[in-house]
Design a protein around this ligand. Sequence first.
Ligand code: SAM
Ligand code: SF4
Length: 467
Amino acid sequence: MKPPRKLHIKSYGCQMNVYDAQRMVDALAGEGFVETAHADVADLVILNTCHIREKASEKVYSELGRLRAAKQEAARNGREMKIAVAGCVAQAEGEEIIRRAPVVDVVVGPQSYHHLPQLLQRATHEGRAIETEFPAEDKFVYLPQPKPDAIRARGISAFVTVQEGCDKFCTFCVVPYTRGTEVSRPVARIVDDVKRLADNGVREITVIGQNVNAYHGEGVDGRSWTLGRLLHRLAEVPGIVRPRYSTSHPSDVDETLIAAHRDLPVLMPFVHLPVQSGSDRILAAMNRKHTVHDYRNVIDRFRAVRQDIAFSSDFIVGFPGETEEDFSATLALVAQIGYAAAYSFKYSPRPGTPAAEIRETVSATDMDERLARLQELIDSQQTAINRAAIGSTIDVLFERAARNAGQIVGRTAYLQPAHVMAPPDIIGQVLPVRIDSLERYSLLGELAPSASAHFSRPESSQITIGA
Ligand code: SAM
Ligand code: SF4
């Protein structure tokens, strides 16, 4: 029997890439590859790249520089190392990658991962293989399913891609170009995937998509189903105790999604709903298709059916033309909504997007200063929510042994990490925990007899807007 070949995947960027990396491992398991955590000893290294900001794409080239040395060292030891670039940089730059980094053997776009075995063979025979077209067939139909032991090794929480691509064309964003137009997977296939995960120990699933609430897959009745209907169906899968979804667009929140939060107690009351800016002028320039008023209305509709719901968001500071007044409107919106968490980024011009053509840019100093003020505000909200948990008893889904001996770590409904001293057999269970203290962003506590509701939204008056 041939010894297994070693595969190392390094993923950058979003949850979609985390999921894709696992599917690439599954696709290559059939070719005799097993995963290794060390690039230096690998027979195949895949960089699963992100193109969303300039920093993310440039990281790929510095990593390829390091891999060049590792590949030369492997060759000196009589071993062949292949290097593949996958993900959105592969899709956007194609051949250019090999021109800048001739060490690369395979370039593969996100829609072609089911072709990886053939592309590796082609690279062996022809020296190089590049595939960045959008193939006519659905890669999900051809990608092999993970083996039960692979699912178990990945833990009790899993992502499942249900939708890919985006038709929104926000003026700053490369996603519609790198991931293509919106495509939704059929309900029956998603349900099969989720059942297989649940049968092998998965307790929490997050259905993901670039714009997940634009989901419109074929339902079991042959009609187009919304995300709300899909969530109703997934909540029925035995073993799945915590369904979640991400990332949603404010304009695509429909009544079926609101109804899912009203009707499904298991649907986690935590919604990632990016707004990007609190200024209508900037939202229009971003082509976001919603105003601040629309966004607040959507938040109110969620809160009307479930008071304990919490929100997170994405923000871009320093979009071309953003004034101090626009930025203050963003701070005001954050203060008003009260986020449990949020990601904030400095605007990064992306080649080929309309915003990259706008001349009126914001200085690097202003961007840095605005980002720091926004992050300070978001951080104070997150800390207020974490502090409010102290003294209450909360349900925690336990995931794995923590770094500290004897501790097990899990997550609350709002994805706050929670640590307790307990035996490892609690992994996979949802148990009440009495929260005693806070260490940075982690809650510390002990197992308790029963849970009580704990979420308290920070009042606007408690929040100090950064100076
Ligand atoms: N579909 C999601 C939505 O509409 O909010 C966002 C998906 S995008 C992969 C993740 C986040 O990256 C965005 O919400 C945005 O905040 C950020 N982002 C995208 N393009 C960016 C750019 N050119 N510069 C800075 N941040 C950017
Ligand atoms: Fe990008 Fe999200 Fe806008 Fe689509 S909706 S273009 S993924 S930011």
